[in-house]
Design a protein around this ligand. Structure first.
Ligand code: URA
Length: 234
């Protein structure tokens, strides 16, 4: 440890200034011009995060994967564009495909009930799925479908900038977190998606089949609510 760290730092800065002056006298003209535009570019691309409307427009009448053939409606997402809390499910079912809105069938009724019990209104959260078109017979989304559709969800997340994402069920957790951990191990434990906190929990359709597990999802949601209560959105 230096005897006087402040004095030492001052000397270091003086030496560096002398050295830079010396380099200038030798003809050095500072950092290359390229550095400034690169910084500008980075700022510009950060400024250019598309809005939800722009992302929806980009999807258009999407035919990027085989699911378009069987769909009635593309299910983009629903809720507040500035939501603090976002839910990510798996894929539209028959009711969602019919209405073009996520979680409006039996699973949606349970999700709505949970939101009400937590004191949340559906309009203040945002709800979306990892894929936007219904797979035939409600089978799990296939890898190519997820790979094609996930970038749109990722853009939605960027646009909304939620403080917490609750992932509902295994397929959504595996896709968004790029893991193969079983949902039974993931649930209840904070994860990260970029710099956003993520709480994986059971899918409502599983909870309809296994009501004895609901208390676990309730406990997971308590963690989420506690976090949100202590952290205002910037
Ligand atoms: N299940 C999901 O994962 N998403 C929906 O939108 C409906 C049911």
């Amino acid at each position: 440890m230096p005897e006087d760290p402040v004095k030492e730092l001052r000397e270091l800065v003086d030496n560096l200034s002398d050295w830079l002056r010396y380099q200038r006298r030798l003809g050095w003209r500072g950092l290359p011009d390229k550095v400034a535009p690169q910084r500008e570019d980075r700022k510009k691309s950060a400024d250019k995060i598309p809005s939800l409307e722009e992302i929806r427009a980009e999807m258009g009448d999407c035919r990027r994967c085989k699911l378009y053939g069987g769909r009635k409606k593309l299910v983009f997402g629903d809720g507040a564009a500035n939501a603090r809390l976002m839910f990510v499910g798996e894929a539209p079912g028959a009711d969602e495909d019919q209405q073009g809105v996520p979680f409006v069938g039996a699973s949606g009724q349970l999700l709505n009930k949970m939101l009400t019990n937590l004191g949340l209104r559906r309009e203040e959260v945002y709800i979306a799925n990892i894929i936007k078109c219904r797979p035939p017979g409600n089978r799990d989304p296939e890898a190519d479908e997820v790979a094609t559709c996930l970038p749109f969800l990722e853009k939605q997340i960027q646009a909304i900038r939620p403080q917490v994402i609750v992932i509902l069920g295994r397929p959504a957790a595996h896709a968004l977190l790029r893991t193969k951990e079983p949902i039974t191990r993931l649930r209840g434990h904070w994860q990260r998606y970029h710099n956003i906190r993520v709480m994986p929990t059971f899918h409502p359709s599983y909870l309809l089949r296994a009501p004895q597990e609901r208390r676990k999802t309730w406990a997971d949601m308590q963690q989420v609510m506690e976090y949100l209560a202590g952290h205002e959105k910037a």
